[in-house]
Design a protein around this ligand. Structure first.
Ligand SMILES: C[S@@+](CC[C@H](N)C(=O)[O-])C[C@H]1O[C@@H](n2cnc3c(N)ncnc32)[C@H](O)[C@@H]1O
Length: 371
């Protein structure tokens, strides 16, 4: 299965009570951790660069290279390519033989950094992190109450990066196990049926569902025009444009009815009125249809989220998801690490009978909402 199933180890907690004196050992441990974090953050700029410039792919394509050879192959500046290789080597992102000064990717590095489209590929989503850094001034103004920051206000690298970050998980799980975990929906879609993907972004989930259920039709909706344009392109590329439509629409007022399945992937938590949105979804469902929420995985308490995933999602929530929710009409702001109980409350308030977690991976949880 995918790398997205790898274990997420707990991060160290801090158990020192308020008012305690400075402890040298604790300080050194914290500085060591901060140093590692800072190095990773700095190195990430070179990962985004390597992905954009095709350096990992070029390194994977033809085995060990010197800096000079890789520069020649990629037609890039030799001295810069050599420095890039050196930082990949010291970071464990490529192998290096000091005797020959050759650099190469081992199979794990290749699968994760170079094999775009493969189930383990993680480099594609890294541009979301540099895009988030570009939004710091806007988000600071939102903290000061001077403005709001919508999804569309961010750097475009966020939109494509999110699509690339989540697509491997959708490819691995969506049709193979997430939809089959819902009561009766897989069987309905095998013989036809109607799906709506609300807040579809670049359309990866919609296109994959159309490919996985060749007799079903899929309608994708998103408030963000540039994403809808990218989604239409993805449907054409994926050979399903005859059964998949994409339209700009707000989630609280998307068109259509009698959907057998409505999906919302990585999205309800960043809306201002999740109850109003779920109410609209409920009205749009056929008899015994289902709303499937794919949400970032989270535990029930803050301590449960003391993991690298929790740290990533709470950071994204602070910088992207909650500013988005606060920019929209509505009063209920879930954030990317709301526990299942909060989603259940939203679902019941919107008139659903139930909201159960039916599947989870270390990256995602799947909630089935029954009308
Ligand atoms: C994190 S992205 C997820 C995109 C896609 N579902 C995926 O998983 O790749 C969140 C999406 O929700 C959309 N969105 C947020 N609020 C919305 C609203 N009120 N109505 C429609 N779309 C909304 C954004 O435009 C963005 O495309």
């Amino acid at each position: 299965m995918s790398l997205l199933n790898h274990q997420d180890p707990p991060l160290p907690g801090v158990a020192t009570p308020p008012g305690a004196a400075l402890d040298a050992q604790e300080r050194e441990a914290f500085l060591a951790r901060f140093g590692a974090d800072q190095a990773a953050a700095m190195h990430l700029a070179t990962v985004v660069l390597g992905e954009q410039l095709g350096l990992y792919r070029a390194l994977a394509a033809a085995g060990p290279h010197t800096g000079e050879q890789l520069a020649e192959r990629t037609e890039l500046t030799p001295r810069l390519v050599l420095e890039w290789l050196r930082v990949q080597a010291v970071s464990g992102y490529c192998e290096h033989d000091p005797a020959t000064d050759l650099f190469w990717l081992n199979p794990a590095q290749q699968a994760c950094l170079a094999d775009d489209g493969g189930p383990w590929f993680v480099a594609g989503g890294t541009s979301t992190i540099s895009a988030t850094h570009r939004s710091i001034e806007q988000v600071a103004a939102a903290f000061r109450g001077e403005r709001t920051v919508t999804w569309g206000d961010h750097d475009p690298a966020l939109f494509s990066g999110v699509a690339r970050a989540f697509r491997p998980a959708f490819e691995t799980h969506l049709v193979a196990s997430w939809i089959p975990a819902l009561g009766g929906i897989d069987a309905r879609l095998r013989t036809g049926g109607r799906i709506a993907d609300v807040a579809c972004g670049f359309g990866s989930a919609a296109v994959l569902m159309a490919q996985g259920y060749p007799l079903a039709t899929v309608a994708g909706f998103d408030q963000h025009g540039p994403s809808i344009r990218a989604a239409r392109h993805a449907a054409a590329e994926g050979g399903v444009a005859d059964r998949v439509t994409f339209e700009v629409a707000d989630a609280a007022a998307f068109p259509g009815r009698d959907y057998d399945l409505v999906t919302m992937c990585n999205a309800l938590h960043e809306m201002g009125d999740p109850v109003g949105v779920c109410r609209r979804v409920r009205q749009s469902l056929a008899d015994e249809g289902r709303l499937m929420l794919i949400e970032p995985v989270a535990g029930d308490t803050l301590d449960d989220n003391r993991t690298p995933r929790g740290r990533s999602f709470l950071s994204a929530s602070t910088m992207i998801c909650l500013p988005s929710a606060l920019s929209q009409p509505g009063e209920r702001h879930l954030g990317a690490q709301a526990p299942d109980a909060d989603f259940r409350e939203v679902a019941l308030d919107a008139g659903f009978r139930g909201c159960e977690r039916v599947a989870s991976t270390p990256l995602h949880r799947v909630l089935e909402l029954t009308p």
